[in-house]
Design a protein around this ligand. Structure first.
Ligand code: PMP
Length: 327
C-alpha cells in the first residue's frame, strides 16, 4: 500500500508489490530521512487475523517522525493502512502450529523523504508504504540459544541522537558490529552505551533481559539510545504479573558478565517483534567467553515466550486487550 504526502495526507492506494522508481536526487538516498516499524499479523485457529498492540507502533512511528523531521502519520491512518494491506494479503497470513511453528505475516510500514533536491534540509514531500512478508523463525536455528558478541569498539547510537527512533541510519551504524559478530561465530551483537562504553544498551534488533536466581528480571533503562520495544514493554507487564521483581536499571557489562559467571544471573534473553523471545546462551568478546546458566534455553525464558505467543496466536485469553482484529 502506498500513501503520499505533500502538504497533507492523500488517500492510500493498494498497488502490486514491485520496484518503485526514484530519482537519483531523492533526499532519502543522501540524508537517510527514513523511519519504519515492524509488526506481525497472526492467524487464530478460527481463521481470524489479529495484530498485537498496533497503537504502540503508531505512537513509536510518530515519535520517530518527530525526531527525523518527518510528518506524523495519525494513528487512525496508520491502523487503516495496516488493515487495508492485511485484508488484501489475507491469503498470505500463515496458519501457525505444526511444521510451520510460529509463523505469521511480518508487516513493515515505512516512511521516507521522496522529494528531489541536494541541499540539506527536511523534505517537504514524503512517501509512506506498508509491505508484508510471511515470516517463520527470525534465526535460522529457531529458538536455539544465541551466541552474542559484545563490542566496545563503537556504539550504535549516541545520547541526544536517534537511538530511540526507529530509523534506517541506526541500522546502518549497527552493521559493522553485526559483521564483526558473525566473523567471531556469534549470532548477534550487543551494543554498549555511547557515552561510557560500559553499560549494555541492546542488540541490533532486540532489547535484552536478565533473570536472577532470586526472582528478579532486569532490563536496561530507556536512556534515549535504546529503542522502546513493544515486546519489552509487554514482557515487563507479564513478568510483574508472574510475581517477578521487575527492575529497569543501568546494567554495566562487566558486572553482568561477572554475575553470569557466578551463577547469580541464571537466564538472559533477547526480545523483539521479529525475534519474539530468544534465549542467550553465551557471550563472547575479545576478552573471553561466558556461558549463561547451562548454555541452554532457560525455563522462565521459555515460559514467558509461551505466555506471549499464546496471547498473540489466540491460544490464551487476551487479558490486557493487546490484540486488534484485522480480518
Ligand atoms: N531494538 C531494536 C534496535 C529493534 O530494531 C527492535 C525491533 N523493532 C527492538 C529493539 C524490539 O522492538 P519491538 O519489540 O517493538 O519489536
Amino acid at each position: 500500500a502506498r500513501w503520499s504526502i505533500d502538504g497533507g495526507w492523500h488517500g492510500g492506494e493498494l498497488i502490486p508489490f514491485g520496484p518503485i522508481s526514484l530519482s537519483p536526487a531523492t533526499a532519502v538516498l543522501h540524508y537517510a530521512q527514513e523511519i519504519f516499524e515492524g509488526m506481525k499479523a497472526f492467524r487464530h485457529a478460527d481463521g481470524s487475523v489479529w495484530t498485537f498492540r498496533p497503537e504502540k507502533n503508531a505512537e513509536r512511528l510518530q515519535r520517530s517522525a518527530r525526531r527525523l523531521a518527518l510528518p506524523e502519520l495519525p494513528t487512525e491512518d496508520f491502523l487503516a493502512s495496516v488493515r487495508e494491506l492485511v485484508a488484501a494479503d489475507e491469503p498470505w497470513v500463515p496458519t501457525a502450529g505444526g511444521e510451520a511453528g510460529e509463523a505469521s505475516l511480518y508487516l513493515r510500514p515505512f516512511m521516507f523523504a521522496s522529494e528531489e533536491f541536494l541541499g540539506v534540509r527536511a523534505a517537504q514531500q514524503v512517501d509512506y508504504y506498508v509491505i508484508a512478508s510471511p515470516a517463520g523463525n527470525y534465526f535460522p536455528r529457531g529458538v536455539q540459544p544465541l551466541v552474542v558478541w559484545i563490542t566496545d569498539a563503537f556504539a550504535r547510537a549516541g545520547a541526544g541522537g536517534t537511538g530511540a527512533a526507529k530509523c534506517g541510519g541506526n541500522y546502518a551504524s549497527s552493521l559493522l558490529g553485526k559483521r564483526e559478530a558473525a566473523q567471531n561465530g556469534a549470532d548477534e551483537v550487543l551494543f554498549l552505551d555511547s557515552e561510557t562504553h560500559t553499560a549494555i544498551d541492546e542488540l541490533s534488533g532486540m532489547n535484552v533481559f536478565a533473570l536472577t536466581r532470586d526472582g528478579r528480571i532486569e532490563t536496561p533503562t530507556l536512556t534515549g539510545s535504546i529503542l522502546e520495544g513493544v515486546t519489552r514493554d509487554s514482557l515487563l507487564r507479564l513478568a510483574a504479573d508472574r510475581g517477578l521483581e521487575v527492575v529497569e536499571t543501568r546494567m554495566v557489562a562487566e558486572d553482568v558478565l561477572a554475575r553470569v559467571a557466578s551463577g547469580e544471573i541464571t537466564e538472559m534473553f533477547a526480545c523483539g517483534t521479529a525475534a519474539v523471545i530468544t534465549p542467550i546462551g553465551e557471550f563472547r568478546s575479545p576478552q573471553g567467553a561466558w556461558t549463561v546458566g547451562d548454555g541452554g534455553s532457560g525455563e522462565l525464558t521459555l515460559a514467558l515466550r509461551s505466555e506471549l505467543t499464546d496471547i498473540q496466536y489466540g491460544r490464551a485469553e487476551d487479558r490486557y486487550g493487546w490484540l486488534t482484529r484485522l480480518v
